[in-house]
Design a protein around this ligand. Structure first.
Ligand SMILES: Nc1ncnc2c1ncn2[C@@H]1O[C@H](COP(=O)(O)OP(=O)(O)OP(=O)(O)O)[C@@H](O)[C@H]1O
Ligand SMILES: [Mg+2]
Length: 268
């Protein structure tokens, strides 16, 4: 049983930066380290759901009432929306394509920033999970506010490319602007993804990120690896698809850094 549930979200308004891939694979690596994990797919693109389940099942769930959209719309306790994955230590709340209209649903609700946080309350109180990981869409609206308000820590995956860094300053400005509604949220760190060691961008990315004040950059970076795409094609995390692959090893190493930083922050 978990002593305390840590809630981590993966946020970057830049699309394709590796949020869903990183969330899916850190989730699996955490379970391989013995932690109990709940994954929450907060994006209408259903990528986190597809990383663990067959497409047919994901689409069926998206149309049913057993997904995050329904839970948020009707402000339910999220406990009733948890589904088991094929891995005993990993559960998931799947998403729906209807999440595209979640901003509209939130608009009329009282204390609309806290609907996800309230929905998670009972799960957190039961101390059932060591980690809850939330994947988010590439936006910064009211729904992502909900994700940030529900989380203790935020991880920002950044693609090692010139455009990957573009807009990062806006993200950090947004975070400081909303600090009054998210006083408990801590930025855990930036992780570099899709790094191509043959190109010079990696070095430039690392230098540019190091110049950002108050931003911790994880030492492990995830390189471009075709095993990632194959694992996604097969609806499995890369560590299960090919344990010996470079990205599986890198994600495990990144996960150990994440655990160590969370434990460090706990002491402060
Ligand atoms: N290390 C990697 N090597 C190769 N391809 C990768 C790697 N990481 C991610 N990808 C691919 O890059 C694309 C974007 O990754 P991902 O979907 O995780 O980003 P995202 O930030 O969640 O995107 P969005 O903002 O659209 O939600 C995907 O097609 C994924 O397969
Ligand atoms: Mg995604």
């Amino acid at each position: 049983m978990a002593s305390q549930t840590h809630i981590l979200c993966f946020v970057n308004n830049k699309g394709g930066s590796g949020k869903s891939t990183t969330c899916a694979n850190i989730g699996y690596s955490l379970s391989s380290l013995g932690y109990k994990v709940l994954l929450i797919d907060g994006d209408m693109q259903l990528n986190l759901s597809l990383a663990y389940f067959e497409e047919e099942f994901v689409l069926e769930t998206a149309k049913s009432e057993k997904n995050l959209y329904a839970a948020i719309k009707y402000q339910k306790d999220l406990s009733d929306y948890i589904l088991s994955t094929r891995y005993p230590n990993i559960d998931m709340i799947l998403s729906s394509t209807l999440m595209s209209s979640i901003e509209y649903e939130l608009f009329t609700k009282w204390q609309r920033e806290y609907i996800l946080k309230n929905g998670l309350k009972k799960i957190v109180e039961r101390n059932e999970y060591d980690y809850i990981l939330i994947d988010s869409p590439p936006t910064l609206g009211g729904w992502v506010m909900n994700i940030l308000c529900a989380s203790h820590y935020m991880i920002t995956p950044v693609e090692a490319s010139p455009w990957g860094l573009f807009g990062l300053a806006n993200l950090f400005d947004f975070l400081s602007d909303i600090k009054y509604v998210t006083p408990d949220l801590q930025m855990l760190g930036v992780c570099i993804t899709k790094a191509d060691t043959r190109k010079n961008y990696l070095k430039q990315t690392i230098t540019a990120l190091e110049e950002l004040k108050h931003t911790y950059v994880f030492e492990t970076y995830i390189k471009v690896d075709s095993s990632i795409e194959w694992s996604q094609e097969n609806g499995r995390p890369v560590m299960d698809y090919k344990k010996s692959s470079r990205s599986a090893i890198e994600y495990l190493s990144l996960t150990k850094e994440v655990v160590s930083r969370v434990n460090q922050q706990q002491k402060h």
